[in-house]
Design a protein. Structure first.
Length: 318
């Protein structure tokens, strides 16, 4: 702002003489600007394909927790941490192939955007086929619901092929792709319109939020700090600090203890950070549920105190 004022009063002749504030734009240091991001794009695409390929196996085969149900999906964060703390240091030790912080941030952004594609498509296909699958004389869907839903939003009633999506594909049968083409096209056109609207809204609000109000984005700050966008010294101080590993050890111990006690009913259970508790402020007041959520505790470290106060107050009020 001072440089812009100096330009207006004539102390600087043109905009090229305005010094660039790298502190406000940590991803664009002179060295980083000259670094190509092709490897970051390739790494991001590889992570995106890998995460979406493994999600059906984790959900339907081994029936574990979802890898994308979080503000920062674990299916994206865990491979990113593995690459930052293990793969990238090995590349830097034995060659000059170490990924720069700019490449790491680009890779995370590319893998983060399509992380929910698999789950969204599963829900869309399920919603378009569930009506004929769940319809029965008892619920009366065929009589009262089907006529109110456009036929191009539903999978046509094809008998057993409709139930294969929910019960599994029989041995020797092929996937009936023709049943899902029309509803998928219409559903995806609707979701694409919502996505474009979100991108447009974000573009409109970016200048106000980022340039003027300078609102902090704690989740993005976590990725930036882990990638080393504020300098390798800052990242080294973060990940090698005693408090960092104390903060890591406490939830890791609790989670491992809970996993062991889950398989041993006679073993004591640590509920801190795993199971919530219902609280009541009075007989005629509604109860609210609260518990210590370790990921939010860590991300709150990067959040402005005024924002944290607003979150806490409005959570209590609602």
């Amino acid at each position: 702002m001072q440089a812009q004022a100096a330009l207006r009063i004539g102390l600087l002749e043109d905009e090229d003489q305005i010094p660039f504030d790298y502190g406000q734009h940590p991803l664009t240091t002179p060295l980083e600007l000259k670094t190509p991001i092709r490897r970051g794009i390739a790494l991001g695409l590889t992570l995106a394909v890998g995460v979406n390929a493994i999600i059906p196996y984790t959900q339907h085969a081994i029936r574990t927790t979802s890898l994308v149900e979080s503000t920062i999906p674990m299916g994206v964060l865990i491979p990113f941490l593995f690459f930052v703390f293990i793969i990238n240091p090995i590349l830097g030790r034995f060659s000059n192939l170490r990924f720069t912080s700019r490449e790491l941030v680009v890779a995370f952004a590319i893998s983060f955007v399509p992380a929910h594609v698999n789950e969204v498509l599963g829900r869309v296909i399920g919603a378009s086929s569930v009506m004929h699958y769940m319809a029965s004389p008892e619920n009366g869907w065929a009589e009262f619901v089907f006529e109110r839903v456009p036929p191009w939003l539903m999978v046509p009633d094809a008998g057993e092929p409709v139930s294969w999506f929910h019960e599994g594909l029989p041995t020797g049968q092929s996937i009936p792709w023709n049943l899902y083409v029309t509803p998928l096209l219409w559903w995806l056109s609707f979701l694409s319109a919502i996505g474009l609207g979100c991108i447009a809204l974000g573009s409109i609000m970016r200048s106000q939020w980022v340039d003027r109000e300078r609102i902090p984005f704690p989740f993005a700050r976590v990725i930036e700090d882990l990638a080393g966008t504020h300098g390798q010294e800052a990242r080294h101080a973060l990940v090698h600090g005693r408090l960092f590993w104390i903060g890591f050890a406490i939830p890791a111990f609790v989670i491992l203890w809970y996993m062991f006690s889950y398989s041993r009913p006679d073993f004591p259970i640590i509920r801190l950070g795993i199971l919530g508790t219902n609280y009541s402020l009075g007989r005629h007041l509604p109860r609210f549920r609260a518990h210590i959520y370790f990921p939010m505790v860590g991300f709150a470290y990067f959040t402005d105190l005024s924002v944290l106060l607003s979150i806490w107050v409005f959570y209590i009020l609602t």
